[in-house]
Design a protein around this ligand. Structure first.
Ligand code: MN3
Length: 204
């Protein structure tokens, strides 16, 4: 079965004014769709044609000859994961187990915010900032281009896309404002908590 573009888990204008319908029209409808289309073209007639997305990511991650395929399949996964990290009325401080883990492993919510903002701001060029579970410890990490925690043996809990296409229409060059808006108004902590609970890295 070919890779598919999943629908957004919310209406295209649901995140206004923090993330515009226009941004989502392009980011989901053009960029995410293009990764799906290219991955299908690259895998057609190959042993990867009917393989699950995660398997293709893991099998191409360390193979330099498959870099283009890795970039496209990883970006399919990363974007599906990212949409689930967003919700209307989200953001702010989480509660429950994930809050306790942030206190224990990262020194509290304020420290997490500081570290996450720094990771997102200092990812040079295109990439992602993540909250991950690495063995038994929460960590904030950044990755370049399409690289994701799945390909690094870590479990993704939360992410922000810091490719320019993620924020340019709404924030122009002001990436730090986009990151602050994400943290204050958009984070879907329930999704991050479910990922922690399941210790499961796949977009659901
Ligand atoms: Mn993107």
């Amino acid at each position: 079965m070919a890779f598919e573009l999943p629908p957004l888990p919310f209406a295209q204008d649901a995140l206004e004014p923090h993330m515009s319908a226009k941004t989502l029209e392009f980011h989901h409808g053009k960029h995410h769709a293009a990764y799906v289309r290219t991955a299908n073209e690259l895998t057609k007639g190959t042993p990867f044609e009917n393989a699950p997305l995660e398997e293709v990511i893991l099998k191409t991650a360390k193979d330099g000859d498959k870099a283009t395929l890795f970039n496209n399949v990883a970006q399919i996964w990363n974007h599906t994961f990212f949409w689930n990290c967003l919700r209307k009325g989200g953001g702010g401080k989480p509660g429950g187990d994930i809050a306790k883990r942030i206190d224990r492993d990262l020194g509290g919510y304020e420290k997490f915010v500081e570290e996450f903002k720094k990771a997102a701001a200092t990812q040079f060029g295109s990439g992602w900032a993540w909250l991950v579970l690495d063995k038994d410890k929460l960590k904030v990490v950044k990755t370049a281009n399409a690289v994701n925690p799945l390909s690094q043996g870590q479990i993704a809990l939360l992410t922000i896309d810091v490719w320019e296409h993620a924020y340019y229409l709404d924030f122009q060059n002001r990436r730090p404002d986009f990151v602050a808006t994400f943290l204050d108004h958009l984070v879907n902590w329930d999704y991050a908590a479910r990922n922690l609970e399941a210790e499961h890295a796949l977009p659901r």
